[in-house]
Design a binder for this molecule. Sequence first.
Ligand code: SAH
Ligand code: MG
Length: 205
Amino acid sequence: MTMTEQVLAVARAAKGFMPEDEGLALHEAGLDGGRVGPLLEIGSYCGKSAVYLGSAAREAGTVLFTIDHHHGSEENQAGWEHHDTEVVDPRTGRMDTLPFFRRTIEDAGLESAVVAIVGDSPTVGAVWRTPVGFLFIDGGHAEDVAMADYEIWSRHVLANGVLAIHDVFEDPADGGQAPFRVWQRAVAEGFTPISTTGSLRTLRR
Ligand code: SAH
Ligand code: MG
């Protein structure tokens, strides 16, 4: 089974930063890792990537946990490249992507397979004890934030599990270097590269 046209249409319509070819590769990687254990995503935003991963989790008979404080990364704030004024809560003037996320997952019919954890990644990570079959790192892209996510979460990936990293650009002219450094570190620490699709890289433990 692959993703239905209906579910794909929801992914396409959702706000986010996941081109369809990368989303489909993410779905495949999620199916692969889902055979080993549950899926975990760092960086839910408005749920676009969670649709690709949540449908993989459902197909694999497991669930996707997806963590985000929903107030945006540094690079999503006003004045930065990836800012969207529609996701600002007029009451507080802060970003709040949670309502968008909920609608996306509801529209995709994935509420039974996708569990949102609303909080700061290192705060959740400090008490997390559950091994996972698949980890997707797509949270904050500042060097310290991305590297902290790798340190906190990669230790929970089971043997034969899959690690996916988004926005990996080898050439600084194409984008920020933090995700590429995370990828290099994962390789140095024994993860084996499996695939590259656009800026999405997958590795196996
Ligand atoms: N995966 C999404 C895009 C994620 S954008 C997609 O493909 O559509 C990055 C997200 O990481 C933002 O929503 C931001 O709020 C979140 N984020 C950044 N730093 C975080 C932290 N320390 N804890 C939790 N979430 C964080
Ligand atoms: Mg991304």
